[in-house]
Design a protein around this ligand. Sequence first.
Ligand SMILES: [Fe+2]
Length: 305
Amino acid sequence: MFFWLSSLPMDTNRRQFTRDLAFTSAAVAVLRPASLQSASLAPLSFVIITDTHIGKNDSAAPERLWAKTAAEVQAAPGAFVLHLGDIVDGQREPQYARYLEVRKTITRPVYEIPGNHDKPEDLKKYIRKEVDVFFDHDWLRVVLMNNSRTDSHEGFFSDEQLAWLARTCQEAASKNLRLLICTHVPVHTNAHPDRGWYVKSANGQTVFYETMKKHDSRIIGLFHGHFHNGLRGWDDHKPVHEILFPSALYNQDRKLEEQKAPGYNPKEFRPGYTLVTIVNGTMTLQYRVTGEEGGAEKSLPVSQA
Ligand SMILES: [Fe+2]
């Protein structure tokens, strides 16, 4: 059996070590395996893009912006890239070829989920054989699930999907992996001045959150697209961070912070992508504006499993 203190990494920051001890009893600190301490997780970075809407208004402009974004993503750090849905606009099937042509310029793995503008059968036809999948990267299991329907802005989970998710999380726990769960539509309840688009209780929200609760200290985040509101998030299901990422095509300022909407929504609404970096127990989200200076940054604690 490994004990945390006996396998403390050489580069562990002394301040982090002191802080961990201050927040836990010495006995707990000694008995906690090193692999579960978020500060001991190997540094990891990856990129999030979402809502490229290739072909919107039958214009070539979204594709041109996607090419510009892809060039920046290729030059950015990150072990892999996640696209959180609405790859094309309005189910325009011929646009998948355009999207993929540009995607080739990113030489790291890119994983997509469908949004409400993507038919799941098109994802199967052009992107990969199965829609709901997971992959493991070092200490992290990334779960990619479809919760969109082309005829609604709300989110939906079937009983089958929820059972698969429970098994997938359980298996991750048995392998001592952390979890990142990605769906296009947020699960978190939101109302005006937000969009009011989420997974209602009757559509799977309650069961989804019950599964999350069982594994919450393993979950580094629930990541979504869909809102086109820049970087938007809530932390009221602590320690789980629920985050909506900025669209690579367009975002709108709904003045959420001025209207005291719950959660956060930093003032940056230009098209861009997000570099996620996890180091020493902190997850930093760097929202980078495509082709321009500036952006927004948010730092969040990674849960201590
Ligand atoms: Fe979208």
